[in-house]
Design a protein around this ligand. Structure first.
Ligand code: ATP
Ligand code: MG
Length: 404
């Protein structure tokens, strides 16, 4: 097998390299094996940037963390989860590392979250619970073979072929969020699903008849995928009928480049929702949405049951106070030009006169206020009131009319 020690030294910042060596020495002293597993090994082999470091402990990661703290009191325990035996440590040099215990899992209810069967299993057993072979590669941090790549699942060959292969036939049935993970990695790494894996995905999606799955992971993966703002992810989501995870049918044609252009131009806060919005609005929402996300879907649904606006004033009133995402999703579904007209030309139109000007002009605060200001706004949106003076003149004219 390859030894990646040199690669490790070159790809990682010196503080990380030092911290890994320190962990390695401590592991030898504590008599436990530790490894890098998953994304970090994959990205190291692909020469991609490594964003976070996770260490897998062949044993109890919490006990090992306590040992590390004993060895160096400058290390802080930032998080510990005792049921899963995971922890997060903050080292003196500012490096944060997650420690997980090796484990096996099973899925008593298919499609729902797994239960942990055993903790502290052999590393070659741990990798079997993972999603794709390229995410199941292991790199030893042990003194006897530091940097050695351990490949129990033929991941290197799949990495060379640039394919994503599940580890067993029931993988998607166990955890359908892996389908969205497959989409995420395929667009991020430019990989394809291996033939058999693709067939398993097709089979799973064609047989899916109810929506009795846990959506927390599906949502999280879809958020990460669509946040990439890559049109190809949206196209594949439709072509491969991945939408069937959340909605039975989707017959619309939507040009994904248009979505990307909208995102680039209007910079919505929830990029993922601009991509996912049409599925969530046209189907039933199965995700646990936060308050803002719920508001967006509510606004789009409200737009859809009303007639589209026509003149500037009704366009303004139609979209007034709506979040950018709502307006974009509505545009994506209906292509109503009014949505872009509002964002481009009307959204920032504001009256320069206010209630105070009305009071100064002798109008008593009343329901009449809003009516007068709306009439003023309507006139301004038609383009005839350019300055504050124009507005004040029109205001006085309005008041005169009212007094007649
Ligand atoms: P990223 O660069 O996005 O962090 P990653 O491969 O590190 O990619 P994570 O989501 O951080 O992905 O997960 C870490 C590892 O945990 C994965 O490499 C994979 O081995 C495993 N994993 C994560 N999610 C699942 C899942 N749903 N099913 C099986 N294994 C998973
Ligand atoms: Mg990761």
């Amino acid at each position: 097998m390859f030894n990646l020690k040199e690669k490790l030294i070159h790809a990682l910042p010196v503080q990380v390299v030092d911290t890994l060596l320190f962990c390695s020495e401590c592991a030898a002293e504590f008599n436990v094996n530790i490894y890098l597993v998953g994304g970090v090994v994959r990205d190291l082999l692909l020469g991609r940037d490594i964003l976070d470091i996770d260490i897998t402990v062949e044993g109890d990661a919490v006990e090992f963390s306590e040992f590390l703290i004993q060895k160096d009191s400058g290390i802080k325990l930032s998080r510990v989860q005792n049921d899963l035996k995971t922890s997060k440590l903050l080292f003196k040099n500012g490096i944060e590392i997650d420690f997980a215990s090796t484990r096996t899992e099973s899925y008593p209810v298919k499609g729902h979250l797994p239960v942990v069967d055993s903790i502290g299993v052999r590393i070659d057993e741990d990798v079997r619970r993972r999603d794709f072979t390229v995410n199941a590669l292991v790199l030893s941090l042990n003194q006897s073979n530091y940097g050695e790549l351990l490949d129990f699942v033929d991941g290197v060959s799949d990495l060379e072929k640039r394919v994503l292969r599940v580890l067993h036939e029931g993988s998607f049935v166990d955890d359908p969020s892996r389908i969205i993970r497959g989409l995420k990695f395929s667009v991020r790494l430019g990989f394809n699903l291996e033939e058999k894996t693709f067939a398993l995905q097709e089979d799973y999606l064609s047989k899916l008849s109810n929506f009795d799955i846990s959506y927390s992971r599906v949502k999280s993966e879809l958020m990460q995928t669509f946040s990439l703002n890559v049109p190809d992810a949206f196209d594949k989501f439709i072509e491969q009928r991945l939408y069937r995870l959340i909605i039975n049918n989707f017959d619309f044609y939507i040009n994904s480049d248009i979505i990307k252009n909208l995102v680039d131009k209007y910079k919505p806060q929830s990029v993922w929702l601009v991509y996912a919005g049409c599925f969530l609005v046209l189907g039933e929402n199965r995700f646990d949405l936060n308050k803002r996300e719920k508001k967006i879907l509510f606004e789009v649904k409200k737009f859809l049951v009303n007639n589209p606006p026509y003149d500037n004033f009704s366009v303004y009133k139609f979209y007034e106070d709506a979040l950018t995402e709502s307006i974009l999703i509505y545009y994506i579904i209906t292509k109503s030009q009014s949505a872009l007209h509002y964002l481009d030309d009307l959204r920032n139109v504001r009256l320069s006169v206010s209630g105070e000007d009305l009071i100064a002009a002798g109008v008593k605060p009343s329901l009449e206020f809003k009516k007068i200001l709306d009439t003023l706004l309507e006139e301004k949106l038609s383009g005839s009131l350019l300055t504050r003076e124009d507005e004040l003149k029109f205001l006085k004219f309005q008041i005169k009319q009212l007094k007649k």
